[in-house]
Each structure stands twice: as C-alpha cells, then as structure tokens.
Design a protein around this ligand. Sequence first.
Ligand SMILES: [Zn+2]
Length: 212
Amino acid sequence: MVEIKPLSAKMSTVSNDRLFTIFRELQARGLIDKKRRLLECPVTPNVQGMARSIRYRKAFYEQKLAHLSDDALRFVLLHEEGHIKEGSLATYGIAALPLLLLIGLAGSPLTAVPDAALSALTVLLVSGAALLCYRIFYRRMYEEEFVADRYAAETLQQHYNIGHPSRLLQSILTGIADTGGSISPPCGRQFSGYFPPIDERVSRIRTGVDTA
Ligand SMILES: [Zn+2]
C-alpha cells in the first residue's frame, strides 16, 4: 500500500514504479501486447489506451490509482488494453465522421447557395447528420466500456485466479468517485451518457464473468 501525501504542484511524492512493474509483468505473460508502451502523458486526462500505447497522467495516477492493490492496477491496465484490442480505433473512426462530413460540405456548392432558405436547410441537415454521428459515437464509447471491463475481468479470472473481478471493479470505480474526481475526461463530461453508471458496469461483470 502506498501512502498518499498531499500533492505539491512542483514535487510529486508517489512513485509510479509499481505501475510499470505490473505493466511489464502483464506483457511478459502475454496479456498486454509486447509492443505496447506505457507512457506518462501530461495531456491525457486520466488513463487511456491509444493505438500503440497506454498513457496516463501522473497526477491522476498519484491521486486516484496509487493506493490500489496490485490486482486492481492490473484491472486498470488490462481495461485499457481491452479498449485497444477490442476496437477503440473503430470508435475514433466513427468520431471522425462528422468532422469529415463538415469539411466535405464546407467546400461543396451546397453551402454556397444564394437562397437563404436553402442555406438554412443545408445547415440544418448537416447539423442533424453530425448530431446523429455523435449519438452513435457516444453510444459506441458507452458500450466499449463494458467490452474493456469484460476483457480485464476475464483475463484476471483466467490468469490470476480471481473469482469475483466485479469486486475489484467496484473498488476501483467507487474509489475514484469517493476521492472527489470523475473518471470522465473534462471534455467528455459535457456529453451525457458517455460513461455507464458504476452500478451497471459492476453488475454486468458480476452476472457475466464472476464465478457463482
Ligand atoms: Zn474505459
């Protein structure tokens, strides 16, 4: 157990060695891709699986994760690996759709029509299409949390003999919530429905993965 001390803006007090040790252990056991890198990243809001790396913000680790057990940290890292392995790239592709659509239409004659009513209709249609894409995108991200949880839970069950991974998930999520933070990135909090409720995430692992 690592003691959490008040953070100073200039000096960090908690080592992240344990996170790296666990990351390397998961790689050695083939549970995280050998090419994956664990990177400290100041612009990552919390912990995120990217295309080739798992990135984390040091302050987030120190405040929210450093006190977790080894198994809970394994869950966190495997959850991010689950995002990468189970289709985060597809999600980013969906996220790019509205942007591509808007860029495409910005140069189109449709947006340069002289008729005001037609212009308004075009803007309305484009906005509607963009909104629809975002609905799909956030729904997809919402569902992906369950997929990533399941990857972590099943891996821990099979390789670490953890019978009730839902208890680990519960402790991680309530711990993060209890310490006054959100697991949503600041920009993600503006969009409702991005992160599923803690109860639902825990309950899906309890009924779908936990041993009876
Ligand atoms: Zn996630």
